[in-house]
Design a protein around this ligand. Sequence first.
Ligand SMILES: O=P(O)(O)OC[C@H]1O[C@](O)(CO)[C@@H](O)[C@@H]1O
Length: 526
Amino acid sequence: MVAWKNLDTLTSFEDLAKTERVNLIEAMTGENGAERVKKYSVPMAEGFVYNYAAKQVDEEVLTAMEKLAEEAQLAEKFEALYNGEVVNTGEKRLVLHQLTRGQLGDPVVADGVDKRKFYVEQQNRIAEFANKVHAGEIVNADGEKFTTVVQIGIGGSDLGPRAIYLALENWAKKNGAFKMEAKFISNVDPDDASAVLNSIDVAHSLFVLVSKSGTTLETLTNESFVKDALKNAGLDASKHMIAVTSETSPLAKSDDYLAAFFMDDYIGGRYSSSSAVGGAVLSLAFGPEVFAQFLEGAAEEDKLSAKKNLRENPEMLDAMIGVYERNVLGYPCTAVLPYSQALSRFPAHLQQLDMESNGKCVNRFGERVSYPTGPIIFGEPGTNGQHSFYQLLHQGTDIVPLQFVGFKNSQLKNDVVIQGSTSQQKLCANVAAQIVAFACGKSDENRNKNFEGARPSSIIIGDEVTPRTIGALLAHFENKIMFQGFLWNINSFDQEGVQLGKVLAKRVLAHETDGALKEFSDLLNI
Ligand SMILES: O=P(O)(O)OC[C@H]1O[C@](O)(CO)[C@@H](O)[C@@H]1O
């Protein structure tokens, strides 16, 4: 049995807080820095390494972290989770997203069903459907092939699949795996649906309605928007739409869809990219084999997350360093900075993944915690970010820990040599330079040009963005966030904080308002 305890009740956390602070400037300057870069690196799956040389850690800090990982029973808690314990206590649910890509422990039976078998069965159904669409066996009313797939969904039913699609679009085109163009409609802003509908040929488009709950206002509104557009084009909407939902949702039994594929309540929306939620659109866009490779990459990283030794477990280590930065060093934010255009929407996905999971002020038992939990997450791809908000990161009054991601190779291998280097070399040179600039700083008598340094960062380095590497990267962050939730003793798998706004919006739409709500409704002309 694992014991769920608040972070500040753990002796080893007090000991970690008492360790001497690492002087990052000294640690990262000259030979010291070179040694650290070689030493503070742990292999991940799919050829990635997690390098934490530029974090404020040393042997003393890492030893204290190992003790905390043990006392907090991080490995045991993950084991309990993947063996089917009700870890999502708020909603009284199991947490099974890792089962969509592999079986780390015992078979998990819930509601009388072997859950691994259920997820694989859904993947097989999707694969069969996608293959038939690609082969022209499932076609539009005129017997013509579908060329475009449009996902309608929001939050977890949009961000992860969209980020992964964008990450792999060029890879698929280059590797002969591109089957259908994918588009996404998420915002209830009518301009979103209109713009997408204007950019496609609806007669050759297949829409994937994705809603785990089947009740999300934005998604149901956009579904009607699309159905109207199909009707106006003289098309039968039910021949152009499939659904991905949970078996208990109102959408599950509807006749409005060509086919329905299922996830379940044991997979949180933001953790659903490796379920049917990502599976349908990605298998249609790139083929089921590519989606299978993505799952394999995620499964390989999951295996590393199950390692007991902190220094061999990249996710546990990354989580622990984040908690040290948040709860001992007092840093409020974390920036995620992928040096890869393919990962342009990855930070947006991580914002939901991290902040919806760990933005909590009560523990698993509903008691207020007296320490900070999830940091504010933001990010942009490099080098674009360098020319926008890095000013604050380098010289602002807050220290923002950074999480870089870099790749040795571009996806398309189409490059030019300008001023003696390729664009890919320039990209990689910039990320290397930033790590050292942030850590070491640079003294200048002119205070305006002075860089104080001591700004910590880590980097995940890989070979190239591929289905397998993007799977591993996704699993890294999912599991990191899970371990942080364990350390903070919060439930990372519910999201009650999003409900109040939805309830008030419904009141506005029903004109049941008073006070400030009425005034704002009037101001906005509702
Ligand atoms: O898939 P659904 O049920 O439509 O939910 C969409 C999103 O809305 C949320 O519930 C937040 O409102 C997210 O957690 C979820 O990813």
